[in-house]
Write a protein that binds this ligand. Sequence first.
Ligand code: CTP
Ligand code: MG
Length: 237
Amino acid sequence: MKEWKRHAAIVLAAGKGSRMKCDVPKQYLSLKGKPVLYYALKAFEESFIDEIVLVTGVGQEEYCQKEIVEHYGFQKVSHVIAGGKERYDSVYRGICALEGADYVYIHDGARPFIDNALLCRARNTVEQYHACAAGIPSKDTIKLINEQGFVTGTPERKYTWIIQTPQVFEYTLIRGAYEQMYQNMPAVQITDDAMVVETMLCTPVKLYEGSYDNIKITTPEDMVVAEAFLNAEYPLL
Ligand code: CTP
Ligand code: MG
């Protein structure tokens, strides 16, 4: 029997970045002279993670391999593959490219600010609970609304959390959940991996402590915030 467990990451960079309203997909925009995508890859490269699969846009594989993986010397990147139409299609392609992984850390390449402490919290949580996602308490009150924009309910704030990535799963569990999803596509839009597990399996997804600086670069002002984080003295008080 194998004694050590193999921890693999899927870094997603196959989105078009439509909300960024920029010609270049946001994962390639420059943050302090390096592409946004560099920062997440660097964090995984320097961590306990054994292997990284990088999922890029169709036709961007060679650019990513040469200008990011080779240029910055990321030795743990084992595959650079093309993603799919939806985020979940890109994730599933990443899952299929992995061989022999015990745990898989699914991460948005548009979230540059993960660090080793966060990855260790993820590891400790997944080893105990099989499925987990980074989360932070919502600072704002969250409302549920209807199609017409009227409020239909207010969940108690202590139960509303903002969900981030990495979301981490036992490999066989997440692969099984995705395969079930493709056989029986839910009517609701699937926006993260925890949701695939929630809707397809009985395994509960445990939250682990994310961080307020683990932002997802989505709209132009996020680039200003990201630059400010990079210029800040850490730890912030
Ligand atoms: N992603 C992906 N494949 C897709 C869609 C998204 O790999 N078909 C990735 C993005 O590259 C990003 C992460 O999933 O790292 C989170 O998605 P999101 O923030 O929605 O990015 P985009 O889809 O690129 O942006 P937008 O929704 O504004 O078009
Ligand atoms: Mg998107």
